[in-house]
Design a protein around this ligand. Structure first.
Ligand code: URA
Length: 438
């Protein structure tokens, strides 16, 4: 077999065989196929797409390119969640302890921040002492003891995806539906859970900019999950605007804790409860309404907060910071951003706000950048709110005063103020399951 022929076949819009896909992924993972040939192949996929069968085979080959976690010895129903990436998206810190408090087993591998989007691992590391590179044995031991663990991705989990993702990132081939579906689902399949809920973000801060594309991506991922015997559902949620009011690692932990205490912002609480209810439903805990009540009870009773505290403690962190998040501290430099004119906020471009938070130190500009755990943004106003000229829209926080001006300029570029209030968009656009789109 020759990579040249595979590139030519895909360039002509033909479907690859199972043998060709497996040969290509094995060869690329081992280093036998060079990046320049794989780049040409990825670009051909970007333009010509892949059939559902090809996408399922690609996912399977990528999932089997490294270690596959066997969770069958753990008690209970094993559940997992994945977000396609957003700004202010701290839902894992809420959904995972809520479903664990309801009796599900959560053995979750999470990623670091990517570009303007945040990552759960960086957020967890803002809690002093918390370890996120647990060995497989430590990871399973924490799950056994507490019912929940969230660790960074093991380097040997879907290594084909790691190499491919890095290549896609620099060859303008990230936003291809079959490639995103295979990337996400290969990791979910290798991570071994029984039930999976996907949060497919849609809008300016997401990879998928339209609801239609987001539904297509969700349908593909759900089909791959079903084909592999998983119970799976996806929610399409709004990422035209950051989720909640706090962006940045310790700021997001603090807002997640407040939400776990029942005092979180409405949008964050709603998306988190919806995702948690879907997981409980997939796990067989009853009808959706009942699952919603179970999730809400886990918040009201404090059981979910205690689950998060138990997990942090078991992973070496200071659980006191979960019970009293003010102990996480506050960045030494604070600067308000004020409205340049009066009116209504008509747009808050999430990607721009994510970049402003990154410029303050909350994310990485390069792979080597160090995160400032206290850096970030507290929004005072969101899309639809009225503002008066000179009124604060947000507070920027950082440990480095030199970072404020560029972040402020980027933030203001992301915000539009107009004379009339914008039309309100839904928070959750659709639910995608094996049965279809609702
Ligand atoms: N997240 C992933 O894990 N993979 C993609 O391709 C896009 C988002």
């Amino acid at each position: 077999m020759r990579m040249y022929d595979i590139i030519m076949k895909k360039r002509s819009g033909l479907a690859l065989s199972e043998e060709e896909i497996r040969w290509m992924i094995t060869g690329y993972t081992k280093g036998d196929i060079p990046d320049y040939q794989m780049s040409a192949f990825l670009m051909a996929v970007y333009f010509k797409g892949m059939t559902d069968e090809e996408t399922a085979l690609l996912t399977d080959a990528m999932a089997k390119s490294g270690e596959q976690l066997d969770l069958s010895d753990l008690p209970g129903v094993k559940v997992d969640k994945h977000s396609t990436g957003g700004v202010g998206d701290k839902t894992t810190l809420i959904v995972a302890p809520v479903v664990a408090a309801c009796g599900c087993t959560v053995a979750k591998m999470s990623g670091r921040g990517l570009g303007h989007t945040g990552g759960t691992v960086d957020k967890l590391e803002s809690i002093p002492g918390t370890r996120t590179s647990l060995s497989k044995e430590e990871f399973l031991d924490v799950v056994r003891r507490t019912g929940i663990a969230v660790t960074g991705q093991s380097p040997n989990l879907a290594p084909a995806d790691k190499k491919l993702y890095a290549l896609r990132d620099v060859t303008a081939t990230v936003d291809s539906i079959p490639l995103i579906a295979a990337s996400i689902m290969s990791k979910k399949l290798a991570a071994g859970s029984d039930c999976i809920v996907l949060d497919v973000k849609t809008g300016s801060g997401a990879f998928m900019k339209t609801v239609e594309d987001s539904v297509l991506l969700a349908e593909k991922m759900v089909a791959i999950g079903v084909h592999n015997g998983k119970k799976i559902a996806a929610l399409i949620t709004n990422m035209d605007i950051p989720l909640g009011y706090q962006i940045g690692n310790s700021l997001e932990v603090e807002e997640a804790v407040r939400t776990l205490c029942g005092q979180g912002p409405k949008d964050l609480t709603e998306v988190s409860l919806a995702l948690a209810s879907q997981l409980l439903y997939l796990a067989g805990d009853g009808e959706l309404d009942h699952c919603r009540k179970l999730a809400q009870d886990a918040l009201n009773s404090g059981a979910a907060l205690e689950k998060l505290a138990a997990m942090i403690e078991a992973q070496g962190g200071d659980a006191d910071c979960v019970r009293h998040p003010e102990k996480l501290g506050r960045a030494p430099v604070e600067a308000d951003v004020t409205a340049e004119k009066s009116g209504y906020i008509t747009k808050m471009d999430s990607a721009g706000i994510g970049i402003a938070a990154m410029l303050l130190g909350a994310g990485r500009e390069t792979k080597e950048s160090e995160i400032d755990p206290l850096a970030g943004i507290i929004l005072k106003k969101k899309t639809g709110d009225s503002v008066k000229k000179g009124e604060p829209i947000a507070t920027l926080l950082t440990s480095d005063p030199a970072k404020v001006d560029a972040a402020k300029a980027r933030f203001l570029e992301a915000v539009s103020v107009g004379r009339t209030a914008p039309e309100k968009k839904p928070l959750i656009f659709a639910r995608v399951t094996e049965q279809g789109v609702e």
